[in-house]
Design a protein around this ligand. Sequence first.
Ligand SMILES: Cc1cc2nc3c(=O)[nH]c(=O)nc-3n(C[C@H](O)[C@H](O)[C@H](O)COP(=O)(O)O)c2cc1C
Length: 326
Amino acid sequence: MQWKILDHAAMAPSGHNTQPWTISAVEPERWVLGSAPARWLPAVDPTNRETLLSLGAFLENLVQAAESQGFGVDYRVVARTARDAEVVDLRLKPGAPRDHDLSHLRGRRTIRKGMQPASLAKEDVDYLLQHDPGSFLVFPRGSREAALLAAKTLEANRLQAERSAAQAELADWIRWSDADVERHRDGLSPATMEIEGLAGWYVRTFYDRSNVLTPAFRRRTVELIEALVQEGGGWILKLSADEDPGTLIEAGRSWERMFLRCRSRNVALHPMTQALEEPSCRDDLTRQLGLRRPVQFILRVGYRTPYPEPVSPRRPAAWFLKEART
Ligand SMILES: Cc1cc2nc3c(=O)[nH]c(=O)nc-3n(C[C@H](O)[C@H](O)[C@H](O)COP(=O)(O)O)c2cc1C
C-alpha cells in the first residue's frame, strides 16, 4: 500500500476535522475514495456540500503526493448524489515523478487568531489564486463587501449558537483532553482552536462535552467571533458553477491548491462557514453581493508572522482504509 501518499492526503482540511474519507483498494493501484456517513455533519451540512469539498481537498493532496512519488492519477467522480458511499474511482499510473514540495502539505493549517490588519498585497493575491483566478472573489479590508461578510458571519454564528442541534454536533467533535485527542485523532482540539497557555491547560483538564452546551460557552463563542471578524486583511469567496458532486470535488481541489500556497506568503486563512450554513444569511449574502454562482467557501484572510506550525490531529491511513470490495 502507498502509505506515504495516503498519509499526505489525510493532511487535508475538513469541516470540524471529521476527516470524512475512506479508501478501498480494489487493486494495489486502483482505489475508491469514499465518504464515511458517521463523519457527516447533518446539523450544519445537511446536503453534504462541505463533506464533498473536504473530499476534494483530500484528492488534491493525494494527487500531489502521488505525482511526487512518480505516479500519475487518473480519476472519475462516480458519486451521483452527495450521499453516495463511493465518490471517486482512481488509478495510479507509473510515470516520471513531478516536483511537488510535500512540505506544503505538511505545513498547511487553519489559523483563526492574530491576523494583522493589513490588506493582502496584489502580488500575493495573484500568487494564491494563480491556478483558477476566475473562481475567487477578493474583498479587501475596509470595503463594503468585507463589512457585509463580517456582519453576516456574526449573525450566522449567533443563530447557530442558539440552534441546539448545531451546538450538540459541535460538542460531539471537540476532543478536550489529551487522552481523547490521542484516542480519536480527529475533531477539534484545544490546540486547533488556539486555546493556549493557562486557558488551554484549564480546558484540557476540566472541560467536557457538557460545557459546550452551556449558555456561557455559547455567549463566549459569539464574543470571540465578533472580535475575529474585525481582524485580518479582508475576505475571499470561492465560487463554483453549480453544486453537483463532481463540481464540489473540483472546487475542493482548487481551494486546497490555493490553501497550500498560503504558508509561503505568511497568509493565514480562516474558513468561516456559518453564513453558508444558515439559509437566511446565505440568501441575504447572495442577493446583496449580486452573485450568480453559488459560494462554496467564505474565507477570512490576513498576514500572520511568524506562521505557526500545524497542530490539528490526523488519523493514520490504516484507520481509514476499508476492506476492498469483493
Ligand atoms: C468545508 C470546511 C468548512 C470549514 N469551516 C470552518 C469554520 O466554519 N470555522 C473554522 O474555524 N474552521 C473551519 N474549517 C477548518 C477546519 O476546522 C480545519 O480544516 C480542521 O480543523 C483541520 O485543521 P487544519 O486545517 O489546521 O489542518 C473548515 C474546513 C472545511 C474543509
